[in-house]
Design a protein around this ligand. Structure first.
Ligand SMILES: [Zn+2]
Length: 191
């Protein structure tokens, strides 16, 4: 029996990149990873070479500055052609989860200043407040790792499981809140 010949065009076609660059609008492969922030060193963006270089430059540029200094720096850059805003308002996560360029988000969408719609801003604010609440429920602060989060979840479930409270209604409610917070944190970190 003869094998089917392989179409040479198929062989010549490069495999599509497994992961796209996180830089908004860039369609190159995201082969290089960079930590999202100093406080989330286990969460990464994935960039092409060009964009990981740009990201690293910005990272080094701000390294060692206090939050206030970084904010002053960014405001100085933007104040002449954009309305001023506080960092926390501009990109939501606030000082704990620094987004170095202010243009990267986990979904890879661009959102700088006037380009970000009010709706997107509201959604981001909602997501952030949900995340903050969830962090409060878990009594945790970033950086979070999946292992860290899971361990804390197990402790909380054990602590508040209704079975441990004679089927107590309040414990059941608390467990519901814990489960919800767990889902929120899992979705917003390190994915
Ligand atoms: Zn890129």
């Amino acid at each position: 029996m003869r094998r089917q010949p392989i179409d040479p065009a198929f062989l010549a076609e490069p495999a599509p990149p497994a992961r796209l660059c996180d830089h908004p609008g860039c369609e190159a492969g995201g082969d290089f990873r960079a930590p999202r922030s100093r406080l989330e060193l286990n969460c990464y963006y994935w960039f092409c070479l060009e964009h990981v270089r740009a990201y690293n430059l910005a990272w080094n540029y701000y390294a060692g500055m206090s939050d206030a200094e970084i904010e002053a720096e960014i405001r100085r850059d933007t104040v002449w052609h954009r309305p001023t805003w506080r960092l926390g308002e501009r990109h939501g996560p606030g000082p704990q989860i620094r987004d170095h360029f202010g243009v990267y988000r986990s979904n890879g969408q661009a959102h700088g200043g006037e380009r970000q719609s009010g709706q997107a801003r509201q959604a981001a604010a909602r997501a952030n407040s949900a995340r903050e609440q969830a962090l409060a429920v878990f009594d945790l602060e970033p950086p979070l790792t999946p292992t860290h989060l899971k361990a804390r979840y197990k402790v909380l479930v054990k602590l508040h499981h209704p079975d441990a409270h004679g089927g107590d209604k309040a414990a059941e409610e608390k467990l519901k809140i814990i489960n919800q917070a767990y889902a929120t944190l899992k979705a917003s970190y390190c994915n």
